[in-house]
Design a binder for this molecule. Structure first.
Ligand code: NAD
Length: 454
């Protein structure tokens, strides 16, 4: 089936209005959860083949996240879909006004490889809960997970409702030729621009979940042991291949050495070594080479061990880094952490603000003044105070970027909203009409109009 035939089929099914029934959406969400639950072991096996991600990490950071999104949607979709009352203006009384959330229609979800299940299927959960039909294109880079998702989903669902199309640039380009009603993309800034341009041709709305260099600021008054413990987890989970991972650290100069020692201690405690089978691989040779190229040997404080055959790089901390260094010119997306010291918070904020607006920002401090200054003066997608990455688990918060790190957001109700249009309606009875709006327009009418409107 070519792309146009596929989308025609999905449009036809959407036009039956079946997906607008709440019962249908709940049934399909439960079906998706069932398929995943029944096949957990094959899902674990596939991701291990892609980049040796452990079952623990896969469950904790992928499957459980999808299950939770499904549970929240099943529980709330009826409420989210309710008509919302407005307040009719004086001019329209005794009319009533309201808005109806309606599904966009047939949507395209394009996934990234670093959390291949979660980044593909959480947007799908949101799209199904909103009442859309879905074409999912997972990343071809994580080929085993892409294949297993295609196999399981295409066996379980009708292609006219939900289907997986596998492929890379060629196949995605072909999909982008046809008109979808919404495109939800997760990936790099460079490809995000290609998607946005393709969507513009059809005036298709987009959500773009992109990346960037997410900074960490640490002041000297923190609990350094806890700070390092939280940062080691956030930075080296998935071998640093996380869009919201701390990209670089700005630490107050008086606490610089204490910070390095605490990081060393917690990296050792976590047993993140290249020999450890629970330490995730770099996804492919291209990224392995790119990361090795970012390591300036003369600046290694810790780590730098690597194995080309196994595509692993140990947690690597670089010290005395400068903003002009190569490692500061692009999103790292791997287990390398540059550390830069600062004297004043104003100077640290100025440096961060010279780079494009990040997806995340983390500040570790006991100072309320510094916390408020950072939150006020740095624009970022989302973040945390005295922690890193855990804001992702807050389902009541929208997840998304700003500026170069993305457009729009999702998770929970925000995901439902990302795939819904708010249709606004004014409803009036026939029995009365304000004659003011009808010609001829006299000076008397103008006086009354002014009295009403001012
Ligand atoms: P990528 O942009 O290379 O690929 C993403 C998707 O786009 C894949 O499905 C791929 O097949 C497709 N694609 C690639 N080139 C294309 C082209 N020329 N035309 C059309 N489609 C194309 O990104 P990636 O390497 O998979 O992921 C890494 C990036 O994604 C990082 O920048 C990371 O920060 C970002 N990311 C963001 C989030 C988020 O939630 N904001 C989550 C994960 C990753």
């Amino acid at each position: 089936m070519n792309c146009q035939e596929l989308i025609d089929q999905q449009n036809n099914f959407f036009n039956t209005n079946k997906t607008k029934e709440i019962g249908f959406r709940i049934k399909k969400l439960r079906q998706l959860k069932d398929v995943l639950k029944k096949n957990e072991q094959v899902l674990f096996d596939a991701i291990y083949k892609d980049f040796k991600k452990s079952s623990y990490e896969t469950y904790a950071t992928e499957l459980s996240v999808i299950y939770s999104e499904i549970d929240i949607a099943v529980k709330n979709v009826k409420r989210w879909s309710k008509v919302k009352k407005g307040v009719a203006s004086l001019l329209n009384l005794p009319g009533i006004s309201y808005s109806i959330p309606e599904p966009y229609g047939t949507v395209l979800v394009i996934g990234a490889w670093n959390y291949p299940y979660q980044l593909s299927l959480c947007p799908v959960v949101a799209a199904i809960s909103a009442g859309c039909t879905v074409v999912l294109k997972p990343s071809e880079v994580s080929s085993h997970t892409s294949k297993i998702m295609a196999q399981l989903i295409n066996e379980a669902f009708e292609p006219s409702f939900f289907t997986v199309v596998e492929g890379g640039v060629k196949e995605t380009t072909a999909l982008l030729e046809v008109k979808f009603d919404k495109i939800f993309f997760t990936g790099s800034v460079a490809v995000g621009k290609i998607i946005y341009q393709a969507a513009a041709k059809h005036l298709t709305p987009v959500t773009l979940e992109l990346g960037g260099k997410s900074p960490v600021i640490i002041t000297k008054d923190v609990n350094m042991d806890m700070t390092a413990k939280r940062l080691v987890w956030a930075k080296f989970l998935n071998a640093g291949q996380t869009c919201i991972a701390p990209d670089y650290v700005l630490v107050e100069s008086a606490a610089h050495d204490e910070f390095l020692l605490a990081m060393k201690d917690h990296i050792e405690k976590a047993n993140y070594t290249i020999e450890n089978d629970n330490y995730t691989q770099i996804i492919n040779d291209k990224n392995y080479e790119r990361l090795c190229d970012l390591i300036n040997e003369s600046k290694i404080y810790l780590g730098g061990d690597r194995d080309r055959n196994d595509r692993v790089i140990s947690p690597t901390i670089l010290r005395d880094v400068e903003f002009s260094d190569k490692v500061m010119q692009e999103e790292i997306f791997g287990p390398i952490l540059p550390v830069i010291s600062f004297e004043t918070i104003t100077e640290a904020i100025e440096k961060i603000n010279k780079l494009p607006r990040p997806l995340s920002c983390y500040v570790f401090t006991k100072s309320k003044t510094i916390r408020n200054k950072v939150l006020k003066e740095i624009s970022f997608g989302g973040g945390a105070v005295n922690d890193a990455m855990m804001h992702f688990a807050e389902k009541s918060l929208p997840f998304g970027g700003v500026g170069n790190s993305g457009i729009g957001s999702y998770h929970g109700k925000f995901g439902f909203d990302a795939f819904s249009h708010q249709k606004s309606v004014l409803q009036k009875p026939f029995w009365i009409e304000l004659n003011l709006k009808y010609a001829p327009y006299t000076s008397g009418k103008l006086k009354i109009l002014k009295r009403i409107l001012e």
